[in-house]
Design a protein around this ligand. Structure first.
Ligand code: FRU
Length: 464
């Protein structure tokens, strides 16, 4: 089907969209007007604007027909819907314009993405492709620049491209022929011809064994004279308190040697220990900050049971975050500009607050026990071991937990209509989760009294 033949159906779906009228539709996070949104893509600052693209099926709440949706912003707080950037309308991307990144080449914004092609026998192939922005802000595809490399299945995708000195570098998520997850490294002088430098992470490298059958969405970047690799290993064995989501997100820190194109790194750590977090992507802002945004969803779990599907929309992003390296570990902090969403501070005493888009910040006396109940849809319990999040399955009576282990000294909690992001000890840990309360609802505190408690309503900011 041609590009233009889908556009009337997409604009009708957008016009019919009842998403924003839903009680669970976010006030200040990115979400699709209609249909399913997943990974953030092409996060970049270019020519005075920030751009955030996203995996989007505007036609249904399912994982078919993946396009690139597009938002832009001047200040990282107020965002605009831009026309859809990429549609799966060529032979080489006919089953989806899959995830990727954006770069600036000679003053032009270019998108690097995966063209996903599925065959009748269930197999697939993948092309790494380039598109460029036109003067009117639409995008023209320039076609594939890299076929499937030899030695891998059709699962090779999610190009994250960056420039170092005079060369372009690209990491790809991949599955080798033994069905082990890998990160592949390529470089290029012109974004067209790519040289393969081999595998830089995954099974059998840097003492990792049995780390899953496919690694998606790799992102390798410098931070404080080190390099950090973020990646999404599928099939990583669950532990009692870690890697409990259908697919987790991990980070590892090490040294990337450009001369030998080799990456030596340490153990895997969980990047976010909440119920929903996947496929994050980072970018370097012009003021030198490493910013991250993630999908507050996880594929192949209970996503299709989320009640928002009945309102024709599914999933939201996390808040934007700043990364830093402190005390020998990776910290995530809410984007500093988000403080401009704060309304007048509430002077609150007591144990309940109306559940609404709110930021809470407080300290906790060492070892004390405390519980926050989000209108019966999620509880957060703090004790001497750390934090336990609890909620009921959307499919059954089963109760699920997520954990962060360590001494909790302070919490910063960002609440939206159906999401919460819990920043522990100034960003040493983060737990991101969706929850689906009935409104009006109450946020109830019990146990130890929070110390230095502060609370702000959060203004809607987002999309026009
Ligand atoms: C991760 C992912 C990517 C892929 C995209 C397709 O959620 O599976 O690997 O490019 O989603 O939407």
């Amino acid at each position: 089907m041609s590009h233009t033949s889908h556009l009337p159906a997409i604009s009708q779906a957008v016009m019919r969209s009842s998403g924003p009228a839903d009680d669970h539709y976010p006030h200040w996070h990115h979400a699709p007007l209609t249909g399913l949104m997943n990974d953030p893509n092409g996060f970049i600052q270019f020519a005075g604007q920030y751009h955030l693209f996203y995996q989007w099926n505007p036609l249904a709440c399912d994982h078919t027909f993946k396009c690139w949706g597009h938002w832009s912003s001047l200040d990282l707080i107020h965002w605009r819907h831009e026309p859809i950037a990429l549609l799966p309308d060529e032979e080489y991307d006919r089953n989806g314009c899959y995830s990727g990144s954006a770069v600036e080449q000679d003053g032009i914004l270019k998108l690097c993405y995966t063209g996903n092609v599925k065959f009748a026998d269930g197999s697939r192939t993948a092309w790494q492709c380039i598109a460029m922005q036109n003067a009117d802000s639409t995008f023209s595809k320039q076609g594939p620049v890299l076929p499937l490399p030899e030695g891998y299945t059709g699962h090779v995708r999610d190009p994250k491209v960056w420039r170092h000195n005079d060369r372009w570098y690209m990491v790809l998520g991949a599955q080798d022929l033994q069905h082990c997850g890998k990160v592949l490294l390529f470089s290029s002088g012109d974004l067209q011809q790519w040289n393969f430098h081999g595998e830089i992470a995954g099974h059998g490298l840097n003492s990792l064994e049995d780390v899953g059958y496919m690694w998606e969405c790799p992102d390798l970047f410098p931070l404080d004279n080190k390099h950090v690799l973020i990646c999404c290993p599928q099939g990583l064995p669950r532990e009692s308190h870690r890697f409990l989501n259908t697919y987790p997100v991990v980070w590892t820190q090490g040294h990337f040697d450009y001369a030998n194109t080799a990456f030596e790194h340490g153990p895997l750590h969980e990047l976010d220990s909440g119920f929903e977090f996947y496929a994050p992507q980072t970018m370097l802002s012009e003021d030198g900050r490493r910013l991250l945004v993630g999908w507050m969803g996880v594929p192949d779990g209970e996503e299709m049971q989320q009640p928002t599907c009945e309102h024709g929309w599914l999933h939201q992003m996390t808040c934007l975050r700043e990364l830093s390296w402190r005390n020998g570990t990776l910290y995530q902090h809410p984007l500093r500009e988000l403080t401009s969403l704060r309304g007048e501070a509430h002077h609150w005493q007591g144990n309940t607050l109306p559940l609404a888009p709110t930021e809470l910040s407080f300290d906790i006396a060492p070892g004390s026990e405390m519980m926050l109940d989000f209108a019966g849809a999620l509880t957060l319990a703090v004790n001497g071991n750390g934090i336990q999040l609890t909620r009921q399955s959307l499919l059954s009576d089963e109760i699920h937990h997520r954990y962060w282990n360590g001494a909790v000294r302070s919490l910063q909690i960002l609440i939206d209509r159906s999401s919460v992001e819990i920043f522990i000890n100034d960003g040493e840990g983060v737990m991101s989760s969706r929850f689906f309360p009935s409104y009006p609802g109450q946020l109830t505190f019990s146990g130890a009294t929070p110390v230095a408690f502060r609370c702000w309503p959060l203004q809607p900011c987002m999309l026009e």
